[in-house]
Design a protein around this ligand. Structure first.
Ligand SMILES: C[S@@+](CC[C@H](N)C(=O)[O-])C[C@H]1O[C@@H](n2cnc3c(N)ncnc32)[C@H](O)[C@@H]1O
Length: 324
């Protein structure tokens, strides 16, 4: 019997090893989404405090026609490719409209979470039997090369949910440049950005009164227990969220409530935690319009069209590659 771990599990183990060996300790938010994590994120999206999903959904429902026109503008056929698709709720609005208008298109959701991708595919196949859907499970960094083609069809890459906010600035530029490298001049990139706003509104979105965001963060420790044979006692960690308005960045941490040791069998390692030592879990960057413009320019794009909600909480920004 082959007992070697799958490449995904090895990558997870490697990243946990790197993160918990670093100072300060950190874990990657891309691993939040196992079955329970995906379920908890659905709950987060329904929380009264979590405005980003509602704001982006409003843009999709109220400006469907304009978004569709901007995507199709001059193109006969479109390949919609969604990076980190999650449950695809917002995209479903667009897909329904595309189908109603008889647009020639395919839809390729890419997500690192098998659970999220399976659930999305099953739901979309039932809801839209005529949809041409090609789901792909994997890290979007690893599938980029497969997107490179000389096809005449316009690719529209979608990166919604302000997922870009989970990257540090340099990583965001590297990511956009990597996307730019697989795009043809006629392709487009459509990214959701959460805008700078009242700091209290922002911090509450990451520290809700029902403790769902806390459970979502703590679930990553449970996932490490389940998949890597660790012995985290999750009751000995608490969730802490902060927003720094000067940097426009929300950050979340898990704080070790006491001095403790945690062993991870798959790594054959024990990690020491001091009392009140933080594990940095996630950054959620917020943006001004100037920051978005700078990011586009630095990554060799220009902004073609922007779609804001009525209170400017959120924007979906359509970019075209600048010709080299
Ligand atoms: C915050 S959710 C947002 C989902 C969706 N885009 C939305 O707007 O509702 C992030 C999604 O990205 C996926 N994800 C995170 N990092 C990823 C990576 N490196 N490669 C592929 N998918 C990733 C997660 O599994 C999750 O489903």
């Amino acid at each position: 019997m082959n007992t070697s771990p799958s490449p995904e599990l090895s990558q997870f183990a490697e990243e946990v090893l790197r993160g918990l060996s670093a100072t300060p300790k950190h874990l990657s938010s891309k691993y939040f989404y196992d079955d329970e994590g995906s379920r908890l994120f659905q709950e987060i999206m329904r929380l009264p405090e979590y405005y980003p999903t509602r704001a982006e959904l409003k843009i999709f429902t109220e400006q469907t026609e304009k978004i569709t026109d901007a995507f199709t503008n001059g193109a006969d056929a479109i390949d919609l490719i969604e990076l980190g698709a999650g449950d695809g709720t917002k995209t479903a609005v667009l897909i329904e409209h595309f189908l109603d208008r008889g647009i020639d298109f395919t839809y390729s959701p890419i997500d690192i979470s098998q659970e999220a991708n399976d659930a999305l595919s099953a739901r979309f196949r039932e809801k839209f039997p005529e949809l041409r859907i090609n789901p792909h499970t994997g890290d979007y960094f690893k599938v980029l090369d497969s997107l490179k083609n000389g096809s005449e069809r316009r690719k529209v890459l979608m990166f919604l949910g302000s997922n870009i906010g989970n990257f540090q600035r340099d990583q965001a530029v590297d990511f956009f440049r990597a996307l730019r490298a697989v795009m043809n001049p006629n392709d487009r990139l459509f990214t959701g950005f959460d805008m700078q706003k009242d700091p209290r509104v922002i911090v509450n979105a990451y520290d809700d009164s029902q403790g769902v965001t806390a459970a979502f963060n703590l679930n990553l420790l449970r996932r490490i227990n389940n998949e890597l044979g660790a012995n985290f006692d999750v009751d000995k960690f608490s969730h802490y969220a902060q927003y720094r308005p000067v940097e426009c960045a929300a950050r979340s941490f898990l704080i070790s409530r006491e001095k403790q040791s945690v062993t991870i069998d798959a790594l054959n390692r024990t990690f020491e935690f001091e009392q009140w030592e933080p594990i940095f879990m996630e950054i959620s960057q917020k943006y001004t319009r100037a920051m978005i413009e700078e990011l586009a320019a630095e990554s060799d794009f220009e902004i073609e069209t922007e779609f804001f909600d009525e209170v400017n909480f959120y924007t979906d920004s359509l970019w075209r590659p600048i010709a080299f």
